[in-house]
Ligand binder design. Structure first.
Ligand SMILES: NC(=O)c1ccc[n+]([C@@H]2O[C@H](COP(=O)([O-])OP(=O)(O)OC[C@H]3O[C@@H](n4cnc5c(N)ncnc54)[C@H](O)[C@@H]3O)[C@@H](O)[C@H]2O)c1
Length: 333
């Protein structure tokens, strides 16, 4: 089976390519390097022993994308490409709507032209807004608090309409919780440009003395220690979730939604202390005011992914924090 991976040199895309190759899939990857670097291709080759069939292109560029489909008999697509920084999406909403929606619509048009009907889409737990019930089930009410989240909701809607128009499609919408960690080789990991938005890359930069301290936004939430609780999932477990989703959509038409998380919530303070203890490194922090739009707790009910996709996260918190730090130590700039 030949799988097109958009956003293939990004954080989750690159780890997923490794697992696809490990599982015997043929991979074609595309990326415009707007948030990743060409060196990832060398790292992928080092890990997998294979040169990646790669095209540098913007997925919104229909002519270039068509060429990929003409030159390769694509069986299924995993669509990671998109912008993902919540804060930036509030400042530049049109840039987010343009890129995330345009790339998806262009991709779906080209898939339709070439009669490719199988797609796995990267959605996010952000589509649950401030959840009314925990753990969060796929049937929970959907809402968003920022343009990034809105792009995910709109795309979920577009995919649903595409399926309604043609029931031959097989679509898996994966709602990721909080991916962290890195490949054990230290060759692949999360390497965001500028000041990181998410907790783990920020902790890593503080531990590595690239930033003076971690700001913890609020310690008066209704949680056991007052800091926000999230469902962190090792990026390799997440990558394996895509393999399970591909196996499933290969055999079943339809559209369905799956939470990919561990089902276990950890607070910011728990993450900081696990990181310090496991890596034996200080992570100085300061308590800062709450951040607009942040919620107290968010963790997944993962029953559906277990039952339907036969998938479950297995990596421990220790492996998450250890591998995240290992990546930075091995890639000192
Ligand atoms: N990392 C998370 O916390 C998280 C959580 C939930 C959902 N997601 C979603 O998962 C997907 C992958 O996330 P990630 O963390 O690997 O992000 P990432 O930024 O590391 O990877 C995305 C990749 O897509 C590329 N890209 C962006 N727009 C493109 C375009 N128009 N054409 C070609 N390439 C383009 C970027 O260069 C980048 O390499 C995204 O859709 C993101 O919204 C991520």
């Amino acid at each position: 089976m030949k799988v097109l991976v958009t956003g293939g040199t990004g954080y989750i895309g690159s780890h997923t390519i490794v697992e696809l190759i490990n599982h015997g899939y043929e991979v074609v990857a595309v990326d415009d390097f707007s948030n990743s670097k060409p060196i990832v291709l060398d790292k992928l080759k080092e890990i997998t022993g294979q040169k990646i069939n790669f095209y540098e292109l913007d997925v919104c560029d229909k002519e270039k994308l068509r060429r990929v489909f003409k030159e390769n008999k694509i069986d299924a697509v995993i669509h990671f490409a998109g912008y993902k920084a919540v804060g930036e999406s509030v400042e530049k909403p049109l840039m987010y709507y343009r890129n995330n929606l345009d790339s998806t619509i262009t991709l779906l048009e080209v898939m339709d032209e070439f009669e490719v009907r199988k797609i796995v889409f990267s959605s996010s737990a952000t589509v649950y807004g401030d959840p009314e019930e925990l753990p969060i089930k796929e049937t929970a009410k959907l809402s968003t608090t920022n343009p990034y989240g809105s792009t995910k909701l709109f795309i979920e809607g577009i995919l649903k309409d595409v399926y309604i128009s043609n029931n031959n499609y097989s679509i898996a919408i994966l709602r990721y919780f909080n991916p962290v960690g890195a490949h054990p080789s230290g060759l692949l990991g999360e390497d965001p440009n500028g000041i990181p938005n998410n907790l783990m890359p920020y902790i890593v930069k503080v531990a590595n003395k690239e930033l003076p301290h971690l700001n913890i936004f609020g310690n008066d939430y209704d949680t056991p220690d007052g800091t926000g609780v999230r469902d962190y999932i090792h990026v390799i477990d997440l990558a394996l979730g895509h393999i399970s989703a591909l196996e499933y959509i290969d055999k079943h038409t339809g559209i369905d939604y799956y939470n990919l998380g561990t089902g276990q919530g950890y607070s910011v303070l728990e993450m900081v202390s696990a990181f310090s203890e496991v890596n034996k490194v200080a992570v100085p922090y300061e308590i800062a005011p709450r951040r607009e739009g942040d919620i107290a707790m968010c963790y997944a009910d993962t029953t559906k992914a277990k039952q339907v996709l036969n998938w479950e996260a297995t990596h421990s918190l220790q492996e998450m924090v250890e591998s995240a730090y290992n990546f930075v130590v091995k890639n000192q700039k």
